[in-house]
Design a protein around this ligand. Structure first.
Ligand code: ZN
Length: 184
């Protein structure tokens, strides 16, 4: 099942999400549906609050950046915690399925170590870098209630204000299904 993507301005995008404790059938169905939703919207990542579920779950597909790039991964992260972030900060122009047609440079550290569970509840600790780290940092922010526009300067955010208001009210051209908080 493909879920509509929650748009900028939806209060669920500002919630610190809850830990997952039940890895049963309902959860497994949610994972399948989220992959389907991510693929239908050509996303490189999707976090549970973006489909209206305040849960510590996201998946990424960093293989989409470069088909030849063997470092890319397609995987889900459950109950993740960032245990370390290191390396030089670097800028990359980020976008977000919840904020269509907006792209801004965001500065983030190059490497991160993450503790997380697989979709079956197994525990892992792994270090990521490159585009995979970048996408994880963006999605991790989502489950903490943070959006990439929070990382840009107040001046740049001011310039985006009317565009963001339009997105909240559904005045945006987008090829995938969305749910807008202020649409009448
Ligand atoms: Zn996003």
């Amino acid at each position: 099942m493909i879920y509509p993507i929650r748009a900028y301005g939806d209060p669920i995008l500002r919630i610190k999400c809850e830990k997952i404790t039940d890895f049963g059938d309902g959860f497994q169905k949610l994972v399948v549906d989220m992959y389907e939703t991510m693929d239908a919207s050509d996303g490189v990542g999707l976090a549970a609050p973006q489909i209206g579920k305040p849960l510590r779950l996201f998946m990424i597909d960093s293989t989409l950046f470069d088909k030849e790039n063997k470092d890319g991964v397609r995987m889900a992260f459950v109950n993740p915690t960032i245990v370390d972030e290191t390396g030089e900060k670097w800028d990359f122009e980020e976008g977000c399925l919840s904020i269509p047609n907006v792209r801004e440079d965001v500065s983030r550290k190059a490497k991160l170590t993450l503790q997380y569970q697989s979709i079956t509840g197994e525990n892992f600790e792994k270090t990521f870098d490159g585009m995979t780290a970048r996408v994880i940092q963006h999605e991790y922010d989502h489950i903490q209630g943070i959006l990439f526009t929070d990382h840009i300067s107040a001046f740049k955010r001011q310039l985006l204000k009317s565009k963001l208001t339009k997105i909240s009210s559904g005045k945006v051209n987008v090829h995938y299904r969305m749910k807008f908080p202020k649409r009448k």
